[in-house]
Design a protein around this ligand. Structure first.
Ligand code: FES
Length: 101
């Protein structure tokens, strides 16, 4: 079972946006996908780009460094490349987003 830890306030990330947060020493890319929070490893497996700074379109985030795309639901590639990132559970508790690490 993951341990849920505070990541940020719900109000910190508007719908359609993302943010890099550090939870329990792990850098997480956290996105608000239409009111549902999705958490991925922040580190793009291509060359280490910060996915939390990438643009979100629907459920797909585009790495800001070279444009590789990942699906926030699965962590899998959204553009057919042989890369994927870890995903983490999230939950909202009293206006706070928590990530399960
Ligand atoms: S580091 Fe993310 S696409 Fe290259």
């Amino acid at each position: 079972m993951p341990q849920f830890q505070t990541a940020c306030k719900v109000s910190d990330i508007p719908a359609g946006k993302g943010k890099t947060v550090t939870v329990n020493g792990v850098n997480i890319a956290l996105f608000n996908v239409g009111g549902v929070f999705k958490a991925l490893s922040n580190t793009c497996p291509h060359r280490g780009g910060p996915l939390g700074e990438g643009d979100l379109s629907g459920t797909v985030v585009t790495c800001p460094w070279h444009g590789f795309q990942y699906d926030c639901n699965s962590g899998g590639s959204a553009d057919g490349r042989p890369f994927s990132v870890a995903t983490f559970e999230t939950r909202v508790n009293n206006g706070v987003v928590e990530v399960g690490i």
